[in-house]
Design a protein around this ligand. Sequence first.
Ligand SMILES: NC(=O)c1ccc[n+]([C@@H]2O[C@H](COP(=O)([O-])OP(=O)(O)OC[C@H]3O[C@@H](n4cnc5c(N)ncnc54)[C@H](OP(=O)(O)O)[C@@H]3O)[C@@H](O)[C@H]2O)c1
Length: 302
Amino acid sequence: MKGTMRKKIVVTGSNGQLGSELRAIDRAGRYRAGYEFVFTDVAELDITDAVAVQAFVGHERPQWIVNAAAYTAVDRAESDAERAELLNATAVRNLVSAAEAVGAGFVQVSTDYVFDGLRPADEHALTEEEPTGPQSVYGRTKLAGEAAALAYDRSFVVRTAWLYSTYGNNFVKTMLRLGAERSELGVVADQWGTPTYARDLAAAIMEMVVFADEHPDAAGFGLYHYTNGGRTNWCEFAQEIMRLGGRNCAVRAITTAEYPAAAARPAWSVLSTERIRATFGALVPDWRESLAECISTLDVLG
Ligand SMILES: NC(=O)c1ccc[n+]([C@@H]2O[C@H](COP(=O)([O-])OP(=O)(O)OC[C@H]3O[C@@H](n4cnc5c(N)ncnc54)[C@H](OP(=O)(O)O)[C@@H]3O)[C@@H](O)[C@H]2O)c1
């Protein structure tokens, strides 16, 4: 196939967890016949710079922009709201207006922290229709980013949760490190959700992109939830990490009140993935299965 026939995907924030997984997908070559990736991070494309974003996108003229950049330091955001707003909301508007100018599809990634997290009596998984009510600066700014993306009719917004990978810093790596240093640890057991391997999220995003390209009149643009399957709490998640990582560290349950943090977290943010599975056939492996897969490829074990 001629190179010019390939569709171009500009990825922002591609040194992060999700961006690194998209790089890995590109390296694996599965989409090489149909897609050409242009990976950027802040050094190549600062998404807060509206002029630079317009110029870059105008020059590349991609068919897709996938925004994997964000202000993800949830606690720091509480005292750095201006920067969080700039990166999570204003910069999304920059990307949307650049995407619109060249007719590109746009993928924005959001978070379960847009919900208030009050535990429903029937403990149902939250659908895309559930009312939002962010409790933190991070959640509020990400919700504003969703609105900016959804104002454009060629956007996907994918809410995910508890993201981890072999790249960057995340809960899995922190637990493996602490598990090697300590024999006992307290982890909160009253916040419920579902961990998500960034590799699975990256794969789901590619399924959506391909689907939209193959069904231009019924692309399915709009809001979706994607996490791994099942539900757990941070304590049980940590216990499973220790077990799979061969760490001899007892993880004991504590309450949120015993572990003060600057930003409030939802107590209940189990997301329903029904819509993304029904629309695109996205694969949703169980969280334990994906965690085992990730830990088996990490080289920090021992
Ligand atoms: N991590 C989670 O648990 C979680 C949960 C739910 C939803 N999400 C969402 O999932 C998405 C991906 O998260 P992630 O964990 O992959 O994020 P991440 O690892 O923090 O990566 C974000 C990337 O964006 C880059 N970046 C920062 N400022 C930038 C700028 N001005 N222009 C361009 N790039 C910039 C960062 O660079 P620096 O590192 O140099 O700042 C980093 O490489 C985000 O939308 C996040 O909100 C994450």
